[in-house]
Design a binder for this molecule. Structure first.
Ligand code: SAM
Length: 287
């Protein structure tokens, strides 16, 4: 079993330790005091993008030897980092932004450390997923992190099908050029649900749109998404797709709770139940 340092020594740099250091996801003021201390005092820094990280370190006034560690070189770079750690050097791993190991190659380096009995600790800080879920307005008592959906159609659909039965909120990362397609793919599998679209978190243009999947598709139909996105999608409701247990009035209310106006909620109910709109109108009148 690998243990981290003694709690009394938490603020001391330990030889041969890998430090996963969270960095800001947009706002430089989100760097923590501990992150600064570790970055200043480790022997070297492994970075996903040495150019970006070099800029970050110079803005923080830190001069440090940088080695690159990213998706395409991790199988050669990883063992070299382990070798240095084994010989007693301390290393901080920073990824492009946020917490290393969350949708980036950081987790592979942690596994490699485990294999070689190299101790690892984390200096926590910004993470886009946690920031987004906390301000989503959706259920935070239970959530799952999906991250980036697979690009290949078959795997993408299978992943979404698995996610669609999840009761907690579901967190997706997405690039702007794929956002529209992803919204469409999610609604095709999940049906219409609430969504919080969290854009450019912690930056000047931070924006959170709390809406439904269908309305989100409409919002973006006339414009091109720009910036970094986290999508929080409402989990499956017990009653979802089980119309047989609902009265027509409850069914209409279900859609109204998702942000639809009464007319479009009634249209959706008619469609779900495979009946004419007039039948829904008269049931609403007589209910
Ligand atoms: N390790 C990072 C973390 O802790 O969040 C995530 C790295 S992942 C390669 C990058 C993705 O995170 C982006 O494509 C976007 O989906 C999300 N992201 C990062 N910064 C963001 C921000 N400021 N606002 C919204 N989403 C962000």
């Amino acid at each position: 079993m690998i243990t981290t340092q003694n709690p009394d020594e938490k603020n001391v740099i330990v030889k041969g330790m890998l430090y996963l250091v969270a960095t800001p996801i947009g706002n430089m003021s989100d760097i923590t005091l501990r992150a600064l201390k570790v970055l200043e005092n480790v022997d070297f820094v492994a970075a996903e993008d040495t150019r970006n990280s070099g800029l970050l370190l110079s803005r923080l006034g830190i001069k440090k030897q940088l080695v690159s560690y990213y998706e395409q070189n991790k199988s050669e770079a990883g063992p070299k980092i382990i070798e240095k750690l084994k010989s007693g050097f301390s290393c901080a791993l920073i990824t492009d932004a946020g917490t290393p190991g969350i949708s980036d190659p950081g987790s592979d380096l942690v596994r490699l450390c485990e294999t070689h009995s190299v101790p690892v600790t984390c200096i926590p800080g910004a993470c886009a997923a946690v920031t987004a879920v906390s301000i989503s307005g959706l259920d935070t008592s239970r959530f799952v992190f999906e991250g980036f959906l697979p690009v290949k159609a078959k795997e993408r659909k299978e992943t979404l099908e698995m996610d669609s039965s999840e009761k907690g909120s579901i967190i997706f990362y997405e690039a702007p050029h794929r956002l529209k397609k992803t919204l469409q793919d999610i609604i095709d599998v999940f049906g219409d649900r609430k969504i919080a679209i969290c854009r450019e978190l912690t930056k000047l243009n931070e924006e959170v749109i709390r809406t439904t999947l269908s309305q989100a598709i409409e919002i973006y139909s006339g414009s091109e998404p720009v910036g970094e996105y986290v999508l929080i999608v409402e989990g499956k409701k017990e009653t979802q797709n089980d119309w047989s247990k609902m009265t027509i009035k409850e069914h209409v209310q279900f859609y109204m709770d998702m942000g639809e106006d009464k007319m479009s909620a009634m249209k959706k109910v008619a469609k779900d139940r495979g009946v004419g709109k007039s039948e829904i109108y008269s049931a609403m009148l007589n209910d």
